[in-house]
Design a protein around this ligand. Sequence first.
Ligand code: MLT
Ligand code: MN
Ligand code: ZN
Length: 306
Amino acid sequence: MKIRVLGSAAGGGFPQWNCNCPNCAGLRRGTVRGRARTQSSIAVADSTDASWVLVNASPDILAQLQANPVLQPGRAVRDTAIVGIVLVDGQVDHTTGLYMLREATRPWRIWCTDSTYADLTRGNPVLNVLSHYCGVERHAIDVGGTPFAVEGVPGLRWRALPVASKPAPYSPNREHPVPGDNIALAITDEISGRSVLYAPGLGEIDDAVWNALTTASCVLVDGTFWTDDEMILLGVSKKRARDIGHLPQSGPGGMLEWLGRLPPSTRKVLIHINNTNPILDEDSPQRAELARRGVDVAWDGMEIVL
Ligand code: MLT
Ligand code: MN
Ligand code: ZN
């Protein structure tokens, strides 16, 4: 299996257009050493690597497609290597790229849970809009964990796990999430038997998620915030990380503690990084701590082969 990180930042990207937090301002001025990052998306292929599944459609999808020519094989006057789209939630940073994909020459095959489908046909009705362009062939993801395959990429087996996080503000479930508002994806290569757990929004690690983390060869997990009160201390928001469904990395019960209990052989990668997170500054002590712990920070264009 091949995983291509198209966008490694959380909603807003890095730098965020209206943000002058130390990271965003420092990156613009050239005083912070780091990489700009687009909003959250990955693409996954089986070992043949000819057809790809897009996992989340970022607002930055057009720039991401340009930056990843493997997704445009050029076999016909209108073409794409993307044969299906899987969504982990209905949030803006994971779905608005769908508008940009409206010129497709056939209906998009889109896999999502029932509650995400409800958000994407009501509060954020992008799927209704797309039906006036290329059309949508929707496939339901079972939150009970029934494995599924994406047509055109037969070498991969997919399984969803409901995760504690938050649906978007326009979801009727925002304050009382239901299973399926946010999922993690366990993706297994049928030939190598190796798997990745992709969980860009992970507010809590329950037994099922822990079990999936321990069986994956590689974990691509929520790297949104370093501390729970990071946005409050910087004066950019009144919300805590946990209020919006993201487990911070540092401190007791934080993501790093959990990752530290995984075997050393597990590849550990943080993804969906918010622009306020000090790990984006490559010279920060927080970034050095990640290096000491063997935890990588995803970047746009990163490729993982499993
Ligand atoms: C989140 O996952 O909390 C989002 O990145 C929020 C957003 O897209 O605004
Ligand atoms: Mn997000
Ligand atoms: Zn910022």
